[in-house]
Design a protein around this ligand. Structure first.
Ligand code: AMP
Length: 499
């Protein structure tokens, strides 16, 4: 099974444009050369098979260089979420113990702070080109197995402690083949990678299109106006974003007039897509479909024909090419057609486990099936629909938020006696957090103070938009906090009744 993608692509189509960054195209031959040079540099620095190379950077060609260099040395691409604050980055570093951390200038402060607590070599991307140019060249060939880990992508889990999903080379090829076969991707396709590279969304299009020999434009950070300009200038043929980004795009003044004539279709992923997004694309004559995936299934899991998507906009369709999906009850038995249960998946596109977390792995990978934590149902024609999440994680503006993590931070405040965090829907972000807090007697804490406390310890998108102080939290007989009741209270106008 092919492991060194860059080498194969350089053999098959060396002069085809591959990745656009910093105003110019890099072809497949060049990508292979760059990957070899980077691997040479890493080998020179003493790195070897199994070492994690972390990267804390906005979308930058170094992400692609590192992703492709993995196969030449056996190191593992381990992107850090640059939106996290230092404390959160430090937890990632303590967990995966990177042998090197690459960073771009905007993240220099965070990188240095993390390395002061968890000593590791740092390398700025400022002189990345010069560093590659003066590399000793590719290291001697490392024997790799398709089951060796190529990437570790972080996902939070309900406990809030980060879990690193290990994605082996086998997984990358399988996901790419599934995506190309099922979504009808072509060699002349061009996508704009606007979602951050540290996210599993990198595997939605960028990696499959690199396997295919097509074109990827890296947008450093998402900006809807610039995105539309890139679609026009580079002739993007397929669009992919999370719903919140699509909402920003359709709300941009240039959307209705932009030249989208090269676009074949658009797809959303990561969260349910609001109807106005589809309607806006319909108006522009562009067909739209909804994708579903998760990091652990690396990442695309379903496919829907464009005509079918137009008639069944809420469906994600059928399992992707080499994948099986079964909806089960809590005993593991398939539920009768039409009933809701937990979605389980099986196929070559699944991850191999969480890095150094066998118990967490065993919880979700059972007899070859991935228990997704998502609730789904099928219609009479067998189409799948996502209906909610068994796990409490929610997605705000395309980013995963784990209530337990926020609760843990709140509990570290001396005035907090009890608290809970849950998701409520939001027009702009899809979902946002609601924190319900009970204060200790004789303690005071204002909404502003609670917010400032959270902001100094968590990435902005994790800070609950709604913070309320209650006398007590509703509990079940077994003493568990009843989040649903708080959500109901909030929807019924509790937000105006409480502070
Ligand atoms: P991630 O691992 O970051 O890709 O997040 C995966 C989670 O996003 C899934 O487990 C789902 O809960 C959610 N998700 C992805 N796509 C959809 C969709 N089309 N509809 C509803 N939820 C989705």
């Amino acid at each position: 099974m092919i492991v060194d993608l860059a080498h194969k692509r350089a053999q098959l189509a060396p002069r085809r444009p591959a990745v656009r960054f910093d105003g110019r195209w890099h072809d497949y031959g060049e990508l292979d050369l760059r990957a070899g040079r980077l691997a040479g540099r890493l080998a020179e620095a003493g790195l070897a098979k199994g070492d994690r190379v972390a990267i804390l950077a906005h979308n930058h060609i170094a992400h692609i260089d590192l992703l492709l260099a993995t196969a030449k040395l056996g190191v593992i691409y381990t992107p850090f979420n640059h939106r996290l604050v230092e404390r959160e980055q430090a937890a990632l570093a303590a967990y995966v113990r990177p042998a090197l951390l690459l960073y771009d200038e905007p993240n220099g402060g965070k990188a240095r702070a993390v390395a002061s607590g968890h000593p590791m070599p740092l390398r700025s991307l400022t002189a990345h080109e010069e560093w590659l140019d003066s590399s000793p060249g590719p290291p001697s060939v490392t024997e790799l197995d398709p089951e060796d880990t190529q990437m570790i992508l972080f996902t939070g889990g309900t406990t809030g402690t980060p879990k690193g999903a290990m994605l082996p080379y086998r997984q990358g090829l399988c996901n790419a083949a599934n995506t190309v076969f099922s979504w009808g991707l072509r060699e002349d396709d061009c996508v704009i990678q606007a979602t951050p590279c540290f996210h599993a969304a990198l595997n939605a299009f960028t990696v499959p299109l690199l396997f295919l020999g097509a074109r990827v434009v890296l947008q450093e950070t998402f900006d809807p106006g610039e995105y539309l300009g890139l679609v026009e200038a580079q002739g993007a043929t397929v669009l992919f974003m999370v719903p919140t980004m699509y909402q920003m795009l359709i709300g941009h003044s240039a959307f209705s007039e932009a030249d989208l004539s090269t676009v074949r279709w658009a797809i959303s992923g990561g969260a349910p897509c609001p109807e106005p997004v589809r309607a806006a694309f319909d108006e522009r004559g562009i067909r739209f479909r909804q994708g579903y995936g998760l990091t652990e299934a690396g990442v695309n899991c379903f496919a829907i024909d464009l005509d079918d998507a137009a008639e069944n906009p809420l469906s994600v369709g059928h399992p992707i090419f080499d994948s099986e999906a079964v909806i089960r009850d809590s005993e593991g038995e398939p539920v009768p057609p039409g009933e809701v249960g937990e979605l389980t998946l099986r196929g070559g596109h699944l991850f191999s486990g969480y890095f150094e977390k066998p118990a967490a792995t065993a919880e979700v990978l059972r007899n070859g099936w991935l228990w997704t934590g998502d609730l789904a149902r099928q219609d009479d024609a067998g189409r799948f629909y996502l209906v909610g999440r068994r796990k409490e994680m929610f997605i705000s503006g395309g980013e995963n938020v784990f209530p337990a993590e926020i609760e843990n931070v709140l509990y570290s405040h001396p005035a907090v006696s009890e608290c809970t965090v849950l998701a409520v829907s939001d027009d702009r972000w899809g979902e946002v957090g609601l924190a319900a807090i009970v204060l200790r007697q004789q303690h005071r804490l204002s909404t502003e103070e609670a917010e400032a406390f959270l902001r100094s310890r968590l990435a902005g998108y994790k800070v609950p938009k709604h913070i309320h102080f209650l006398e007590a939290l509703p509990k079940s007989g077994a003493g568990k906090i009843l989040k649903q009741e708080i959500a109901r209270w909030f929807l019924e106008g509790g937000q105006s009744a409480a502070s």
